[in-house]
Write a protein that binds this ligand. Sequence first.
Ligand SMILES: [Zn+2]
Length: 360
Amino acid sequence: MSRINYFLAMASIAAGIIIAVLFASASPGAHQAQPQKPVPNEQISADAQQGAPLSADTGERLSSSPATGREGNRPQQIGRDSGIAETDPGEAVRRSHPADDHTASETARQMTESRPAPQPFSSAHESLMEEKDAPGGEADRPAVPPRKEPKIAYLTFDDGPSGSTPKILDILRRYNVKATFFVIGNTTEEGKAMYKKIVEEGHALGNHTFSHNYGKIYSSVEAFRADLQKLDDLLYETVGIRPDIIRFPGGSNIHLSRRSGGRTMMKNITREMANRGFQYFDWNVSSTDAAAPVQDLEAIVTSVAANSRNKDRIIVLMHDNTRKTTTVEALPRVIDKLRADGYSFDVLTKNSFTFQFLKP
Ligand SMILES: [Zn+2]
């Protein structure tokens, strides 16, 4: 081999190696061979959150956001711990709406009212990330946590007196709990005896109108005032008390037909009652004992527990009705659960905490 040939051969081998190296570094296959970059934590948590089981709150958020294929595939666990098993909130509202029992629509409304306002999914996601990325962390928190308000539960029983009243009173006495009874007109001897017993045992009496007849009481401001006055007189004759606390049958935001005056009528009535010195009370915790003629006992207990979460003052709606046997059966457990959650019990008064769906 001549020197020239040897030189050419060496040069072509070197050129081949250079081309091979250049080609290898430029080809996409070279990147695929590299180890994968770690996925940032935020991205993992965001994905995990999207696939996570839904709480009642996120379920609400979900149902109000536009449906996408991905969201549609999420597991439906809405309302599992609120006692409204396997039903979406809208469904529960629709189902209970046509019921003639006012309390069913009360409950449906309560279910809507008690939920926190839905947040857009993206903003919740952002706030999660902010919290995680915020500098400082533990060091920025105040050394002494802010003083918490004492937790108070106001148990309320509507529509009595009834055959259940003596049983409810027995339980309340045994557990040393005072409650508020929003009573209606009952002129029987048993009924009058119950008004007396409620007062004697230290509970509060509230006026829930004499007739509880929507068509009658909500036909005009004057009709409402007259019906309320009729019970006021009966209570004064019986127990010497004219209650200054009231609860509107169906709640202050009751849906009225246009013939009855609609929302304007409720506004006029609430204003008139406030001007006359009455305070009215709706509720921020429903026991859901009116969602069925005889509600499931577990549903009552779990609804009160779920609906009272994160609230320092709760007005709990229950019913004093002979047929509602599970309300009575659930009561000891409701009391035990609320006590375990740190609540003490008190009666409603004109100046106590109130919760109103519609302001006067
Ligand atoms: Zn009622």
